[in-house]
Design a protein around this ligand. Structure first.
Ligand code: XUL
Ligand code: MN
Length: 350
């Protein structure tokens, strides 16, 4: 039943972007990185999702101490604005050393770079005030499968998970699965893979997942079911709500903008399982359309938050007794009409 959670929302600064895609340049001016923080509270957000170099923008040019000083300064700035860091994710897909992946690269030197950068991201996370790091395993995979020994790759991933758990006894690792892009064949493509990796680790309670709607859809899976699966294992660290129009490139569309019913079912799963009661965020990962003008462009964020809240209302007014009766009678045709009319807001004829 509905728990009436007051949801807390987060997004990452990369969600305010300049409109570039692989086929064309930017269409909007860059909005100053630090000024983005001031946009959060007025729009109803309090959590910031960070990459390591969102916290320390010139990460490659500063030493370890300077990076941590910067992270503590960012924490102070966040405290002053009533904001919190939700997680820090090591960005292991930009530097030359990550061209063949980080933890699963065929180069030992490059694997060392990835591990060192990850441990530094743990320190940055702690300094900016969060105990969560996200592994979005962008380039951990291949363009052709013969390029890597897959079993060895999974062993290497597990080794890194264990190294991180051992390095900081309080840190949590949230693995964000994605089946493709930028690689063709990605390691850890689904929630099931992420959770298996968690259970194989030395302290599975500290290894969870972030489920992004679009990533689940790209794996031809239902995002709400993926969330339910993670919740059944108490392993839903966070969600990245968005939408995706079929099996294409990663679109990061506004939540519910393609498949409203699937979005409703995601909200139902979160509502019915008291998601958020321990402070978990409703995270967004959405991209504004390239055609959108303005400065800064943020409607896709406020729209997604609003669509989520509208669907929470729909979830709370969804008549569970009626649903139970349809289930009992195994009248799924009736249940379907009731559900669709409930979403449409039309008078029920079911
Ligand atoms: C990429 C993606 C990332 C992660 C954080 O598809 O979703 O932005 O959420 O690295
Ligand atoms: Mn994401």
């Amino acid at each position: 039943m509905s728990n009436k959670t007051n949801y807390r929302f987060s997004f990452g600064p990369w969600n305010i972007s300049e409109g570039a895609d692989p086929f064309g340049p930017t269409t909007r001016k860059a909005y100053d990185h630090e000024s983005k923080f001031a946009l959060y509270r007025p729009m109803g957000f309090e959590g910031i999702q960070f990459h390591d170099d969102d916290v320390v923008p010139n990460l490659a040019e500063v030493n370890v101490t300077q990076a941590l000083v910067k992270a503590s300064e960012v924490k102070k700035a966040l405290d002053n604005q009533g904001l919190v860091a939700e997680f820090v994710a090591p960005r292991l897909w930009f530097a030359g050393q990550t061209i063949d992946g980080g933890y699963t690269s065929n180069s030992a030197n490059d694997r060392k770079y990835a591990l060192d950068r990850t441990l530094q991201a743990v320190d940055i996370a702690r300094s900016v005030g969060t105990k969560a790091i996200v592994f979005w395993l962008a380039r951990e995979g291949t363009y052709i499968r013969e390029a890597k020994d897959v079993k060895l790759a999974y062993q290497r991933l597990l080794e890194v998970v264990n190294r991180v758990l051992d390095y900081d006894k309080e840190i949590e690792i949230w693995i964000e699965p994605k089946p493709n892009e930028p690689t063709d064949l990605a390691f850890v493509p689904t929630t099931g893979h992420a959770i298996s990796l968690a259970y194989a680790s030395d302290d599975h309670k500290r290894v969870k997942t972030v489920i992004e709607s679009a990533h689940a859809i790209l794996a031809n899976l239902d995002p709400g079911d993926e969330m339910a699966f993670a919740l059944a294992h108490d392993k839903l660290g966070s969600v990245h709500l968005n939408d995706q129009n079929g099996l294409k490139y990663d679109q990061d569309k506004s939540f519910g903008s393609v498949n409203l019913r699937a979005a409703f079912n995601q909200v139902l799963v979160l509502e019915d399982n008291d998601y958020g009661r321990r402070g978990e965020f409703v995270g967004l990962d959405v991209k504004a359309m390239r055609t959108q003008s303005g400065f800064p462009v943020v409607k896709h964020l406020s729209n997604t938050r609003q669509i989520f809240l509208d669907l929470v209302e729909k979830a709370r007014s969804y008549d569970r007794k009626r649903v139970a009766a349809y289930r009992e009678a195994r009248d799924y045709e009736g249940l379907e009409l009731y559900t669709v009319q409930h979403l449409l807001g039309t008078k029920s004829t079911a």
